[in-house]
Design a binder for this molecule. Structure first.
Ligand SMILES: Cc1cc2nc3c(=O)[nH]c(=O)nc-3n(C[C@H](O)[C@H](O)[C@H](O)COP(=O)(O)O)c2cc1C
Length: 90
């Protein structure tokens, strides 16, 4: 629900207002979903507390591969690319 709300918020405010995605981020994939829904920054908190940085954060390499698969050159290019389907990534 927080990702859907984020995507709707991004659509309402346009591209310039910095937004922080929060709620349920536990991996590179769930962090990317927030970015694709329009987040400029992502909060990684509860999963960090309960599972620790090594087991739940994912690696920059995995994020880099995820960007490559979508033909994106940078994280900035991914901000808001999925706002039309509620932030859900295929
Ligand atoms: C141990 C712990 C206790 C928390 N207690 C509260 C709380 O009392 N009130 C609150 O609004 N958020 C609290 N939070 C934060 C929210 O659970 C959490 O930040 C929010 O749901 C967003 O999810 P995220 O941490 O996955 O981004 C707590 C988080 C942790 C890890």
């Amino acid at each position: 629900m927080s990702t859907i709300a984020l995507a709707q918020f991004r659509k309402q405010v346009g591209p310039d207002l910095p937004l922080i995605g929060a709620g349920g981020v536990e991996s590179v994939e769930t962090a990317f979903a927030k970015i694709a829904a329009g987040a400029n920054l992502v909060q990684f908190y509860t999963a960090l507390v309960y599972r620790g940085a090594r087991s739940s954060g994912g690696s920059p390499l995995r994020l880099s591969r995820l960007l490559d698969r979508r033909g994106l050159a940078s994280i900035a290019d991914a901000v808001g690319i999925e706002t039309n389907n509620g932030g859900r990534t295929p």
